[in-house]
Design a protein. Sequence first.
Length: 508
Amino acid sequence: MPTVVTTKELSDEQKRDPQLAHVRESKKLKTHRITLDDNELVVVERDGVLRPYIPVALRRAIFDSVHRLSHPSGRATAKRIELNYFWPSLRKDVGRWAKQCMPCQLSKVHRHKPLRARNFNAPDSRFEHIHLDLVKMPLSQGCQNCLTIIDRYTRWPEAIPLTDITAQSVAEALYKHWIAFFGAPLTITTDQGAQFESKLLKQLGGMVGAKHIHTSPYHPQANAMVERLHRTLKAAFKCSPETPWTSALPTVLLGLRTAFKEDLQASPAEMVFGTALRIPGELVIKQEATSPKASEFVVALRRFVCLDSTRAGLQTHATQAVRFKDLSTCEYVMRRLDTIKKPLDPPYSGPHRVVRRVDDRTYIVDINGSEKALSTDQLKPAYYETSDEASQTEERQAAQPSEPTVASEPTPPPDPTPTAQPASATQPRTSAETTPPPTRARTRRVAFSLPSPNARSTGRGVAVAFSTSQSQARRSRRCLGLPPSSNDRGAAPPGGRVGSLKSQKWGK
C-alpha cells in the first residue's frame, strides 16, 4: 500500500530540518535513531511507542492525508495524527489548518448568534415613517398578493389586495390607498425586492420627498413591524377558512385598528382619530355629555398625541450577543445562504471581501463584483493562509524553536496532609498549632450518626471519635479544631457515637 511519505523522503527531510537538533536536545523527549528500509530515521518514544519525527516540509502533507478523508474537526484530526507521528506544536498547527480548510468553511454549519434588533428612532409625528412589504396569499377573486403598510407612530395598518406585483401596481396602490389619505411620509422602509428597487418607486419617493431605507437581504428583523403584521393577518384568516381572505380583509383590518396596544396604551384608531371606533353590533349606552367644540377637540387630540410620542418607539434595550470573535477584523467573510438549497448544496458562499463596515450590524461586501449591504447575522470570518504567511511561519519556527509539550500521565497532586506531628498532650501548644488548618476537599465519603442530646460539647462542635488509624484520627481531630487526645484511638466521649471514614452509604 503506498504511503503519503516514504522513508527515504522522511530521512532526507529530517537531515535538512532546522528543528531536529532542538528536539534531540530536549530533556522532555526520548529520541532514538533507527534504520528502516535502509534509511536512518529519528523517532520519538512516547508511552512506549515509537513515532517518527515529521520535519516542517512534510507536516502539511501528513495533515492533508488524514483530514481530507472525512474533514473531521481539528481536535479529532490532531488525535488521529498523534497516533503515528510527532512534531512540536502538532495540535496547534493542526487546529490552524483545520480552521483554514475551505471545504469545511463552506460546508459545515456554524451556530450564528444574531444581535438583538436595534430600536428605530421614534418618529416625531404621525404618518412620518411607514413600512412597506408584499405578502403572498392564496388566489382569491383574482388577487394572489397583498401590499401591506403600517405607520410606525400610530401602528395604523393597511392591506391592499393586488392582482400583480409589478412596480407600477405597487406605486399606484401606495399613492391611492395611503398618500391620498394620510399625506406623504418622510421615510419609507422596505426590503430589497425588485418592486421596491424599481425606478418608478424611486421617482414616486422623490416626487413626495420621502427618504427610502432598504433593509439587508434575507434579514426580515430589520422590517419586523410589517412582518409581524403579516403573521397577525394570516392568523386571522386561518380562523375563518370558509371566507375568502379578500372578503374577510376589511373586517380583520377593523379589528386590528381597534385593538389595544400595550406600548401605546391606546389603539391605532385612537392615535389617529382621538376616540375609539364603534364596532358593529357593540352595545353602547349613550351618555349625557356635552360634545366639545371642534377647536377644543383638535387641541385635546394634539395634546394626547404629544403625550404618547415617547411611547411610540418604546422597546426593550438591546443587549450585546456573542458573535464570531474575528468578524470585526477579518478581511474576508463567508456568507450564509438562506435560500432553498438541495440536500448537498453548501450552506455558505465565499470567501467574499469586506469593502467597509457601516456599523457593527451591517457590512458592505463584494459579492461577485457587486457591493451589497449584508447583515452580520449572515456572516462568519473566512480563514486562509497565504504562501508568504506559510513561509514566515516556517522561518519563525526555525529561528525560535519552542520547547515541545508532550502529553504524559498526570502527576498526582502532593498530599495536602501536614507532615508535622501534633504536640503531645503534656507539652504546651503554640498559637500556630492551635490554629486549625484550612479545610480541604476530600473524595472519600464520611458517614456518622448524630450524637445524643447528652453528648459532651467542646464549644467548637461535638467531640467525635473516628474508628480509623491513629494518624488519620489525629488529622481529623485537628481539622475539627478539637484538642489532642492522649489516646487517639480512645473510646467515644459520653453520649457521642463513633463515626467512620469508610466509603459506605448513610446509616450502614
